[in-house]
Design a protein around this ligand. Structure first.
Ligand SMILES: Nc1ncnc2c1ncn2[C@@H]1O[C@H](COP(=O)(O)OP(=O)(O)O)[C@@H](O)[C@H]1O
Ligand SMILES: [Mg+2]
Length: 238
């Protein structure tokens, strides 16, 4: 009884945080895009012979605007109510594309040569019914975290395991792992241990997996690495 109440309270609290976050993100989106575009124009106008202080400041405005844009995009993603569209999705392709997208969208690619990415699968192709854009975002967020956890490099191994009615995907890294205390809170919106984190990545992942009637679990050992396992039904009645 006590637990039921706590869960209800928790979900109401989360719903109101969501409404607030969505409102703020929408309001910020336009002015922020303007700042970003203005900074982009400025950086093109800055010539080599300009004083360092001007060059540095323009660079700073540009990179900070980019960072806030990332936060607003995460907030909009987290609170987005846009309808899910389910269709047949090639899981192997979605996972490979997510990794490619990560490479393309990184403004600092120094991690790329230090990370060994592999995808193994018990079948050459696995088709499930899913919202392919959102499913891609699940892997993008998990890969981002794995790379953040492997600052000195390591392995990012993804494994697709087919069962009768479900398909599981394991995303394993050999990074720094998590303590019990951190593990307890990772799916909470805004929980982050990173200086520049938004704490929304795994909250978004959790929502998307649940909306696909799936499950997510985590195993982690400090200093050794973490494995996220997602199980999704093959077919989904939307
Ligand atoms: N693969 C991982 N290895 C170690 N820690 C992780 C991993 N994935 C998530 N975490 C922990 O969970 C926290 C929340 O992750 P997330 O919701 O994606 O937010 P963010 O990446 O912005 O911090 C991270 O700050 C980190 O402490
Ligand atoms: Mg993250």
């Amino acid at each position: 009884m006590k637990n039921c109440f706590r869960e209800l309270f928790q979900s109401k609290k989360l719903a109101s945080i969501g409404t607030l976050a969505s409102g703020v993100a929408h309001e910020l989106n336009n002015p922020l895009n303007n700042i970003y575009l203005a900074a982009q124009i400025l950086s093109k106008e800055v010539k080599d012979e300009y004083p360092e202080i001007i060059k540095d400041t323009v660079k700073d405005i540009f990179s900070q605007a980019l960072r806030v844009k990332g936060l607003v995009a995460d907030l909009l993603d987290y609170t987005r109510e846009k309808e899910y569209v389910f269709s047949d999705v090639n899981l192997n392709q979605t996972i490979n594309n997510a990794f490619q997208q990560l490479v393309k969208s990184s403004d600092d690619l120094s991690w790329y040569t230090k990370i060994n990415f592999s995808l193994s699968s018990d079948k050459p192709e696995t088709i499930i019914s899913a919202d392919h854009v959102r499913l891609g975002r699940v892997f993008l967020n998990l890969f981002n975290n794995a790379i953040d956890a492997m600052k000195d490099g390591g392995n990012l191994n993804v494994k697709i395991i087919s069962e009768d009615d479900t398909v599981s995907v394991e995303v394993a890294d050999t990074g720094k792992g998590m303590s019990e205390k951190i593990l307890d809170r990772i799916f909470e919106p805004f929980f982050t241990t990173k200086e520049k984190g938004t704490g929304l990545g795994l909250a978004i992942v959790y929502n998307i997996v649940k909306r696909h009637s799936g499950d997510i679990s985590v195993k982690s050992e400090e200093g050794k690495g973490s494995t996220f396992k997602i199980t999704l039904p093959r077919r989904h009645e939307s």
